[in-house]
Design a protein around this ligand. Sequence first.
Ligand SMILES: *[C@@H]1O[C@H](CO)[C@@H](O)[C@H](O)[C@H]1NC(C)=O
Ligand SMILES: *[C@@H]1O[C@H](CO)[C@@H](O)[C@H](O)[C@H]1NC(C)=O
Ligand SMILES: *[C@@H]1O[C@H](CO)[C@@H](O)[C@H](O)[C@H]1NC(C)=O
Length: 350
Amino acid sequence: MENKIQTLSCRKFLFFFIIQVVAAFFFFSVSFHGKRRNIAIEPTDTVTSKPEEPVKIILLWTWPFDFTFPLNQCPREFDGTGCFFTLNRSLYSEAAAVVLHSRNVCSDRNQLPQAPRPPKQYWIWFTLESPSHNPNTGFMEKLINLTMSYRADSDIFTPYGWLERHDGKENFSMPVKTKLVAWAVSNWNPSARRIKYYEELKKHLAIDMFGAMHSPLPRTQHIEILSRYKFYLTFENSIHEDYITEKLWHNALTSWAVPVVMGPPRDNYERYIPPESFIHVDDFPTAKELADYLHALDKDDNKYMQYFNWRKILKPIAPEGWDVHYCKVCKALKEAPSYRTFPSITKWFK
Ligand SMILES: *[C@@H]1O[C@H](CO)[C@@H](O)[C@H](O)[C@H]1NC(C)=O
Ligand SMILES: *[C@@H]1O[C@H](CO)[C@@H](O)[C@H](O)[C@H]1NC(C)=O
Ligand SMILES: *[C@@H]1O[C@H](CO)[C@@H](O)[C@H](O)[C@H]1NC(C)=O
């Protein structure tokens, strides 16, 4: 897919990507009701399999950070048949795959399985954090078979969000906008580019701040509060290819606030969302010029509304929870080559 990507122009690629997403979600459509994701948990026959094929045991070496979620309840669309997810390390020697959540094992080699690796077992390296927040990957060299991350070139691609075609019956109803610009930030590092940019931007534009050191933004009221704003500052904590997080998918798009993004270059965003759905800080030579543009849009409803045209066809999906990522492992294992090694996480993930 990577070669194809490089030979296609942005626009063609966006089209290609949307077609892919639409096609994928025709089959993988998960029920979403309102704003909160609500996976339809059906009793699945995950443990049963064709008699001749042994069940593939997928061992989660740890929970990701300390988040727990129900295992073996993947929606049917994920094709979980023939797989059994577990955290029981006694099953290590029988496991078809071990999923290593990077940040839970990164302190040293002792955090990884110590017993000899059974032949044919895959070790899957999983992260949703950016390279800037994934220290110490060096000891993983030549140990990993498959990668799983938000990077589009991962073996198992687990993005923070995506667009899905809606059935057209959806109400195109914009929340009432009474405020201009919001930003929620918890990690305040004064030397970070995004903080410096904010300091400059706020000289020309009133920005309502939420997060640890500012107004509270309770999780349950995220969308309600942020949807009053015309714009949301989607400033990523670090800048890396494809590192486009819930700040975009959840905070901005789900609440119908136009994202003002700071992250990878514009063409990287355009692989995920339409060019005319967002504003990139790099579109402007200075923060003042960005502020002027936002003020102008604030006074021109027709122009502002053009940032929503794409919603006539597409809607953003921002899954909360980890199961939607882990559920992809079963199908990926069935399709994985019988032998694969990943030479260097460190060289790839930067
Ligand atoms: C883990 O698996 C072993 C071997 O199948 C089993 O004896 C043990 O009861 C399991 N432990 C838990 C907590 O399920
Ligand atoms: C759309 O909005 C109208 C008017 O508020 C309402 O009657 C209708 O049920 C809504 N349709 C959907 C699909 O939500
Ligand atoms: C996984 O990678 C290890 C280390 O390179 C290798 O020894 C093993 O054969 C690989 N397993 C599979 C199933 O590819």
